[in-house]
Design a protein around this ligand. Structure first.
Ligand code: NAD
Length: 337
């Protein structure tokens, strides 16, 4: 059993903790929290041992009626692998903590690529992380793009990808984010950082990305154009994607017109937190004109990276190959629609 610690228990951390707990070959050592808020209480109710991320604030947990199992150093010491789910930039600060304890670490996409030995996507480059000391699971958007680019590259070759990312202003709990009433080119310069981030997984891929930000919280939406290197047709691309367990082809019959209905669909399916771990691709949008493929996909930013984090843990420990790991992760979590 791989002992896994989760440092940072927010949007991503709480989901990773649940996903780790569900795995047959992993055990959650516990989660580190900075303060005893509602998320700390929820972790305690689930029976997850709580560790103080900031030792000077440890007393506050007791005052809030929450028992601590120790401090973050104890968590790192007890874990075979730590998944760092702290806010962007904090992961880099934590790197020395993991190194000092000789504990391999998985970082998140908010960190710069040089935080870890490998920028990771389970479908595209799992093998590169096998036996490494650290991996960075690329961002929600880069994960969503990697999952379609990997099979397209294998089946047809990718000549050039052009993607416009229409991004949610903030997660539902991020009440301070915006815009509230605007549509922003974000960043206004081109390319956005997403294309270079895709290149951390596919170094030779030719990709241009444009970013926008809109007053929405539920999901991101990508408008994708990929110029393929060999002939394809829409039906063949649909078949290719249908074989990918982390791609959900939204059928026309489902009558799902956007993120709101996708989240309703996930809630109706009994998904925890209404999570959609899969890319949600509108099947009807898949169109091929000459060698140009077009499609729309929605990406649930809060959850698509979660199965990838589980696979990254397995890669670092060398516990399974890519296909085995993905299948184990998916069976345990219920990924695949
Ligand atoms: P979040 O703010 O929801 O959660 C971060 C948690 O870490 C919070 O509970 C915070 O209190 C805690 N924290 C702060 N400083 C800490 C410290 N020193 N030690 C331990 N915990 C600390 O953030 P998030 O959305 O979960 O993002 C975490 C990482 O995942 C970032 O790199 C982000 O870019 C990346 N990511 C986020 C999303 C998303 O849409 N939310 C998607 C993919 C990747």
């Amino acid at each position: 059993m791989t002992q896994v610690g989760v440092n940072g228990y927010g949007t991503i951390g709480k989901r990773v903790a649940d996903a780790v707990t569900a795995q047959p070959d992993m055990e959650l050592v516990g989660v580190a929290k900075t303060r005893p808020n509602f998320e700390a209480e929820a972790a305690a109710r689930k029976g997850y041992p709580l560790y103080a991320a900031v030792p000077e604030r440890a007393d506050r947990f007791g005052e809030a009626g929450l028992d601590l199992a120790g401090e973050v150093e104890d968590l790192v010491d007890a874990a075979d692998v730590v998944v760092d789910c702290t806010p962007s930039g904090v992961g880099a600060e934590n790197r020395s903590l993991y190194r000092d304890h000789d504990t391999p670490a998985v970082f998140q996409g908010g960190e710069d690529a040089d935080v870890a030995e490998v920028s990771f996507n389970a479908r595209a480059n799992y093998a590169e992380a096998v036996g490494a000391d650290s991996a960075r699971v690329v961002s929600c958007n880069t994960t969503g793009l990697s999952r379609i680019l990997a099979p397209l590259e294998e089946a047809y070759g990718v000549g050039k990808a052009r993607v416009t990312l229409v991004r949610r202003g903030g997660d539902p709990g991020q009440t301070g984010r915006g815009p509230i009433d605007d549509i922003l080119p974000d960043p206004v310069t081109i390319p956005s950082h997403h294309g270079p981030d895709v290149n951390t997984v596919f170094p030779d891929l030719d990709i241009d990305t444009l970013g926008m930000k809109v007053p929405a919280t539920l999901m991101h939406t990508h408008s994708v154009n990929v110029t393929l290197e060999s002939e394809a047709d829409a039906a063949a691309v649909r078949e290719l994607f249908a074989d990918e367990s982390r791609l959900f082809l939204i059928p026309e019959s489902a009558d799902i017109d956007g993120s709101g209905k996708l989240k309703e669909f996930a809630n109706d399916a009994g998904r925890p937190r209404g999570d959609l771990w899969e890319n949600c691709i509108w099947a009807e949008s898949i169109t091929v004109e000459g060698r140009d493929l077009y499609l729309f996909q929605a990406i649930h930013q809060e959850s698509d990276v979660v199965p990838e984090n589980v696979d990254a843990v397995r890669a670092l420990t060398g516990g399974a190959d890519a296909a085995e790991s993905r299948a184990t992760t998916e069976d345990a979590m219920g990924v695949g629609i």
